[in-house]
Design a protein. Sequence first.
Length: 80
Amino acid sequence: MKGDIMKKKNRSKNGDLRTEYDFFKMKGGVRGKYASRYHSGTNLVHLEPDVAKVFSDDDAVNKTLRSLMKLAKVQTTHTH
């Protein structure tokens, strides 16, 4: 409840930025500076808790997945 009061207090009546945020005085802003990072995205995978218990960190997950990929490739080449 107290947080709601603070939020309402900080808002201006017309919905614009507060007076202390004068963007005309700010120098050095670059449009799209981080656009390439944003567009490259991320590749996060959520592990279920039982799976996450097995791996100590992301390196362990990657090492195991690479081993599995090699194994799958070997099995595929032997079946054809």
